[in-house]
Design a protein around this ligand. Structure first.
Ligand SMILES: Cc1cc2nc3c(=O)[nH]c(=O)nc-3n(C[C@H](O)[C@H](O)[C@H](O)COP(=O)(O)OP(=O)(O)OC[C@H]3O[C@@H](n4cnc5c(N)ncnc54)[C@H](O)[C@@H]3O)c2cc1C
Length: 209
């Protein structure tokens, strides 16, 4: 029977990173993976016409400093995401196919409301100390209310909630970010404050390849 200092269960990025750090520190590490491939929720495939398609994690922001350092260390490259590719966005919605960079269901009034609510959320995020979020005077109340309920309490229409939902979780609610139905407003305000330190939406979306 073989013995090891550490057994890591799961060869996703977390398990592989942990194993790598442990091995670098001199530990004898065994990584166990249930599937036939490493990578977990990071997976890439190639279409019949040769295009690379990401099936999981792909977007890296300017604040993902550890990830970017790893990219550099491994000699990988980062490419621009779809937001930097010239041309308009295509929206495939239940109610049709739309072209354009604006969310097609938003009226001018919705857009103004979206910006106003975003401004209020930024102000709230600015009042939360990311290193001590429970010190906020409204921490308990904010922790009990979901982002969706907070948005509605601020007067967001269903279309504005849908827009913020889309911005939060473009593909799946739980994989890319918090689910606004269940994530607490305190937690999101805290994360938002951390993210805003170095992130601009227009330059933060890059894809590892
Ligand atoms: C569609 C999609 C898009 C995403 N987009 C982004 C993005 O753009 N940017 C971003 O930062 N993140 C994104 N993510 C999230 C990101 O992919 C994950 O947060 C990250 O890959 C999780 O890594 P992990 O190692 O923690 O877990 P996982 O990748 O889930 O790895 C866990 C591994 O453990 C294995 N395992 C589980 N149980 C056992 C067991 N009992 N025995 C052995 N093995 C086991 C699993 O098979 C798996 O390989 C996306 C995810 C998805 C699904």
């Amino acid at each position: 029977m073989s013995t090891h200092d550490v057994i890591v269960v799961g060869a996703g990025l977390a398990g592989l990173s942990a194993a790598r750090d442990l091995a670098a520190a001199g530990a004898d590490v065994l990584v166990l993976e249930a599937r036939a491939r490493a990578g977990g929720r990071v997976e890439q495939t190639t279409t019949a016409d040769g295009r690379l398609v990401q099936l999981g994690g792909e977007v890296v922001g300017a604040s993902h400093t550890s990830y970017r350092a790893l990219v550099g260390e491994l000699g990988l490259t980062l490419g621009p995401s779809f937001t930097d590719i010239p041309g308009e966005s295509t929206w495939l919605m239940n109610d049709g196919r739309f072209l354009g960079d604006e969310m097609p269901w938003m009226s001018a009034r919705d857009r103004a409301l979206y910006e106003e609510i975003e401004r209020r959320f930024s102000a709230l995020a600015g009042s939360v100390d990311p290193d001590d979020p429970w010190a906020h005077p409204d921490a308990r109340a904010l922790d009990r209310i979901s982002v969706g309920d907070w948005l509605r309490s601020e007067g967001a229409t269903p279309d504005v909630v849908r827009a913020i939902w889309t911005a939060f979780a473009p593909s799946t609610p739980t994989s890319r970010g918090p689910d606004p139905r269940t994530a607490s407003s305190r937690g999101c305000a805290k994360s938002s404050r951390r993210e805003s330190v170095s992130r601009r939406p227009s330059d933060s979306r890059q894809r590892a390849c």
